[in-house]
Design a protein around this ligand. Structure first.
Ligand SMILES: *Cc1c(COP(=O)(O)O)cnc(C)c1O
Length: 370
């Protein structure tokens, strides 16, 4: 058991035999892409599963973010979080938009609404928050700020598949929400993503933008991109969707077991999703007290010696990367909470195939690293 490396996540794969009939169907239809039957079925199945109206599939989450910003004609400055995967801010740069980093709330890890207004300038056109680790943002407060200042809200919901807030999908908030279906995410299509749209007209605009801006044989209305999901990826999504509830149940069990084993370990905190929300256990972050003699990096390296590859998501902050660090909003003094969290956080392995014995071993190693 101890010779097998354990990564922070491992993509779920159903038995190969279950995928063969989907492949046979694609071969029979001859439709490989451009919105074929698998693509149509997956859009509908996801809308039903997630409890949202309109879903536009895309080739990956990053193209989804870039396309969502284009669909809403966002320009100038966008307020976003430094505490995320780098694609969040990259999507802004790809649209010639200047990211404005605003600090996070130390409990939710998400943009702190109380700080957003101070970052608004006449050039601000939107807010792009992230539901970090699948913990819902303070969507009500963010919407109030957006309404007051006439701003759009685009959620990077890459971590938020299936997350619910006050009994409803979190994906219905803001103007658009973007999911990632990358292999490392809770629900995946190898590569893929989706934009959740509030109405049919918005979905139509996004469907055009992901297909070069083409309306018909002789009409092109926008400099769109090729963001279409292929039939193979969509077919895999249809199959994976049948396994997603089972996978979630296993994630919840792992989450519970980690909490039991780590309860009472000095200097280790396991953050929780707030009681009015239903998370998806897509990550298992722990926070390590900086005054602990075995700090975050000591635990990280101790686990690595045992071939357990926990990840320091999100360290470094996006605002520390070379293409961002000279922005006025990127200075660490202005981002004290995000900077502190980046020094304390460690995401432990969590995926459906992780065994109870492995979870126990990881938790016990952490407890023993003092
Ligand atoms: C994974 C991820 C993305 C990018 O999604 P891809 O499908 O890999 O392009 C964007 N934002 C966040 C927060 C992510 O975790």
């Amino acid at each position: 058991m101890s010779d097998q490396p354990i990564y922070v996540t491992r993509p779920h794969l159903p038995p190969l035999s279950e995928f063969i009939p989907y492949l046979e169907s694609i071969w029979a239809s001859g439709m490989l892409t451009n919105g074929g039957p698998m693509h149509r079925q997956l859009e509908q199945a996801l809308a039903d599963h997630l409890g949202v109206e309109h879903v536009a599939l895309v080739t990956n989450g990053t193209v989804g973010l870039i396309t969502a910003l284009q669909a809403l004609e966002i320009s100038g400055e966008v307020i976003t979080t430094p505490y995320s995967f780098v694609a969040t801010a990259h999507a802004l740069l790809w649209n010639g938009i200047r990211p404005v980093f605003s600090d996070i709330d130390p409990v939710s890890f998400n943009l702190d609404p109380a700080r957003i207004e101070a970052a608004i300038t006449p050039a601000t056109s939107a807010i792009m928050p992230v539901h970090c680790y699948g913990t819902p943002c303070d969507v009500e407060a963010i919407q109030r700020i957006a309404d007051r200042h006439g701003l759009k809200v685009i959620y990077d919901a890459a971590h938020a598949f299936g997350v619910r807030h006050r009994g409803q999908s979190i994906l219905g908030h803001g103007d658009l929400s973007v999911l990632s279906f990358h292999a490392t995410k809770t629900f995946h299509t190898f590569e893929g993503g989706a934009i959740v749209c509030p109405d049919a007209a918005t979905k139509e605009r996004i469907d055009r933008l992901k297909n070069f801006g083409i309306v018909d044989e002789t009409t092109v209305v926008a400099p769109g991109i090729n963001g279409k999901m292929s039939e193979i990826n969509a077919a895999f999504g249809l199959l994976e969707l049948q396994h997603v509830d089972g996978a979630l149940a296993r994630r919840r069990a792992i989450d519970r077991l980690y909490r039991q084993r780590l309860a009472g370990v000095p200097g280790i905190v396991c953050p929780e999703v707030p009681p009015d929300s239903e998370g998806n256990c897509s990550y298992f972050p722990i926070l390590v007290d900086e005054r602990r003699s075995a700090d975050r990096d000591a635990i990280y390296h101790r686990l690595r010696e045992q071939q357990i590859y926990a990840r320091r998501y999100f360290y470094p902050l996006i605002s520390d990367f070379p293409m961002y660090r000279d922005l006025p909003s990127a200075s660490p003094e202005q981002l004290p909470e995000a900077s502190r969290l980046a020094r304390r956080v460690l995401c432990l392995p969590i995926y459906p195939g992780l065994t109870d014995a492995e979870v126990t071993r990881i938790a016990d190693l952490i407890a023993d690293t003092r």
